[in-house]
Design a protein around this ligand. Structure first.
Ligand code: PGA
Length: 251
């Protein structure tokens, strides 16, 4: 990691946790937050954002949403706007997670619109990209990532309002990961793309997270690679001990 990018360890709880579990997990993370040298973020399910954000106020742990609508308000039953997330205590929102790109057929254009909505609301957008196993096996990783980054990251992205997460779809929840060198190669490619679109200074300051089966046992070597500036963690973020062991692996 470049010295001027502070590591971000982010937990994506997905559709897990009722109030008591969520508050206990967040509390255990906050309790140990002072022992690690990185930014910490937790993204609970929508129902838990407000109580978790309230419990985290005054702690160094940030709270984020897992998705937002691309419009600021209106007739969109069941959806949540970026401004609502901000109002509930969020400072980040994940957009374009592969589970939404696949399950909800979200396109790059929609993901870009969601990132813009996040920026309008004053949230930091974590824009997710990643290739499927078929794309990887077909030698299409670079092409897939290039298209996703070029179309999903909005103009106006800066290191203050945008984080990018590289999450190979085949690594999410499977226990498989690319080697640290393979992950680094993709991160380096993303940084090169960002330099073309946003200039060297901005590109070199934007944090690039790795996600997909990151665990205490594999985090160290991944986080040690020069363009991997943190992690977006699913399964292992549901146990405070594992999540904080990953945070402790930040060198
Ligand atoms: P995982 O999920 O850590 O359970 O693989 C990562 C993610 O989907 O963000």
């Amino acid at each position: 990691m470049a010295a001027d990018r502070r590591m971000l360890i982010a937990g994506n709880w997905k559709m897990n946790g009722l109030r008591a579990d969520g508050l206990a997990l967040a509390g255990a993370i906050a309790e140990r937050a002072g022992q690690v040298d990185c930014d910490l973020l937790i993204c609970p399910p929508a129902t838990l954002i407000a109580p978790v954000a309230e419990a985290m106020s005054g702690s160094p742990v940030s709270v984020g949403g897992q998705d937002c609508h691309f419009e600021d308000s209106g007739a969109h039953t069941g959806d949540v706007s970026a401004a609502m997330l901000r109002d509930a205590g969020c400072s980040y929102v994940i957009v374009g997670h592969s589970e939404r790109r696949i399950d909800r057929r979200e396109t790059d254009d929609e993901v870009c619109a969601k990132a813009k909505a996040a920026h309008r609301a004053g949230l930091i957008a974590i824009v997710c990209v990643g290739e499927t196993e078929t794309q990887r096996d077909g030698g299409l990783t670079v092409e897939t990532i290039s298209t996703q980054v070029e179309r999903s990251v909005p103009p106006g992205a800066t290191s203050e309002n945008t984080v990018i997460a590289y999450e190979p779809v085949w690594a999410i929840g499977t226990g498989r990961t690319p080697t640290p060198d393979e992950a680094q190669d993709v991160h380096e490619h993303i940084r090169t793309l960002l330099r073309t679109s946003f200039g060297r200074q901005t590109a070199d300051a934007i944090r690039l997270l790795y996600g997909g089966s990151m665990k205490p046992g594999n985090a160290g070597p991944l986080l040690a690679r020069p363009d991997i500036d943190g992690g977006l963690i699913g399964g292992a973020s549901l146990k405070a001990e594992d999540f904080m062991a990953i945070a402790a692996a930040v060198g």
